[in-house]
Design a protein around this ligand. Structure first.
Ligand SMILES: *Cc1c(COP(=O)(O)O)cnc(C)c1O
Length: 462
């Protein structure tokens, strides 16, 4: 394919995309295919001879759309959203056309500098203190790993950077049981080990108990272990739990521990000042991550990590071999030194497009609607016979049960086979519960209230 042909096919792809998005409400939200169906349609080996694009495109249309769970469907209420606003799609087309490697300032000056400015725009939009700088990762998992690696090396007095962890005391990391599994993964990947990630007990509201944190740290010190850092969460994935940030950070600081706040989902809501109490005190954290690729409409992948001081993370992750030097310029920012991978995409462009195309007011209105509609929906589900709200809305996330575990699971399967809406489950206090989050970029109040209609219809026939 030539670039002239690409123009023609890009038009076709844009027309296809418009039809696809306009037709989403007529499709089942969750893919209704079995494991192996798609692979069975493809030849076992790549073609030797070039094939016509007409045929490739036709095969795409025949193979892909019916075997996709439609994350941009307005009635997607599963997991958390992965919103891709049209403005972010446009930016991604341009990023794809330029296809630059943004590893060094010199390899893409605009990518580095727009990233710096966008981190500043987002910091101000979220109401964070202006001492934070930051960078954009592919995912919150990577940002959290970066913070945990920094905790590890700082706790060893940076000896681990050269010597590894051999011979030192056990490093200990603290988080509540409500934190995301990416924290467990970070502890494993960092060589700290799952057993050294201490799950601190929570209070009645499922936020970490600061006294229990203090006690856990003291017990570890008494046992000869080396506390390294604390990971707190604002808006945990299961039910939206929020740790008391001010109190927990105070404990961490008293023990001179590095701190990271995971607000991957809930962070987007902080563009609305009325929700900021959920992470009150966050300005004292060393590191904070949130995913504009979840609720804000900046399509995957885009995870912003704010850093009170980037120097420790750069000390852990930054390498500057001869072939990556920028001659004559030592003081410029090269973002690969802030992150795990060397290669990096130009992700800031879609942030720039989205923040300008919708404005903060447009984005705030969406989030406020979602939170209000989630509240209305929880009320409506509560009225359905046999349904019990198990955890009430935190922002736009709540959970419910229908009868017992087995009936709830059966209801969930029927709902997702029906296809009008898509919901997923979690386990809370040992109970199987259905999670509902409202956050799809284009959903309407009617889309949201459809959940109550579907639950009511299907539960009646169970
Ligand atoms: C989604 C989520 C993550 C993981 O995000 P990725 O960007 O997919 O790595 C981590 N923490 C929380 C609280 C999340 O909701």
């Amino acid at each position: 394919m030539t670039h002239d042909e690409l123009l023609e096919w890009s038009r076709r792809a844009a027309e296809w995309a418009l039809d696809y998005h306009n037709g989403l409400r007529d499709r089942p939200v969750r893919a209704q295919v079995a494991y192996g169906d798609t692979a069975a349609k493809l030849p076992a080996v790549a073609p030797d001879a070039p094939e016509p694009m007409e045929q490739i495109f036709a095969d795409f249309e025949a193979t892909v759309p019916n075997a996709i769970t439609h994350w941009q469907h307005p009635r997607f209420f599963a997991y958390f959203p992965a919103n891709a606003s049209p403005a972010s799609m446009l930016a991604e087309q341009l990023t794809s056309a330029i296809a630059a490697q943004a590893m060094l300032w010199q390899t893409s000056p605009a990518a580095t500098e727009i990233e710096q400015v966008m981190v500043g725009w987002l910091r101000a939009a979220l109401g964070l203190s202006d001492h934070f700088t930051g960078t954009i990762h592919d995912s919150a998992t990577t940002a959290t790993l970066s913070a945990v690696l920094t905790m590890r090396d700082r706790a060893t007095g940076w000896r681990s950077v050269e010597d590894g962890l051999f011979g030192g005391p056990r490093l200990r990391i603290y988080a509540s049981a409500q934190t995301h599994s990416s924290v467990d993964k970070a502890a494993r990947v960092a060589g700290i080990g799952q057993a050294n990630l201490v799950k601190v007990p929570t209070r009645a509201d499922y936020g970490m108990d600061p006294d229990a944190l203090d006690a856990a740290i003291r017990a570890d010190i008494a046992a000869g272990h080396k506390p390294a850092g604390v990971v707190l969460c604002t808006g945990g994935t299961s039910i939206g739990a929020c740790d008391p940030i001010t109190e927990c950070l105070a404990v961490a600081k008293r023990h001179d521990l590095y701190t990271h706040v995971d607000a991957a989902w809930a962070g987007s809501a902080m563009i609305c000042a009325e929700f900021r109490d959920l992470w009150g005190g966050v300005d004292r954290a060393d590191s904070v991550v949130f995913n504009p690729h979840k609720w804000l409409g900046v399509q995957f992948d885009c995870a912003v990590q704010f850093l009170a001081d980037p120097a420790p993370q750069i000390r852990s992750l930054g390498l500057r071999p001869e072939y990556l030097q920028t001659l004559g310029q030592d003081e410029i920012v090269n973002f690969n030194e802030w992150t795990v991978p060397l290669g990096r995409r130009f992700r800031a462009l879609k942030v720039w497009f989205v923040l300008r195309a919708y404005g903060l007011d447009g984005l705030r209105q969406r989030i406020r609607n979602h939170v209000a509609w989630a509240g209305e929906l929880a009320e409506a589900i509560k009225q359905i016979e046999g349904c019990e709200i198990v955890t009430g809305p935190i922002l736009s996330l709540f959970t419910f049960q229908f009868g017992d575990d087995a009936k709830t699971e059966a209801l969930l399967e029927r709902i997702n086979d029906d296809g009008r809406v898509y919901l997923t489950q979690t386990r809370h206090e040992g109970r199987f519960v259905i999670r509902v989050q409202v956050g799809q970029f284009d959903c309407t109040r009617d889309d949201v209230m459809t959940v109550a209609e579907v639950v009511s219809q299907i539960s009646r026939n169970l």
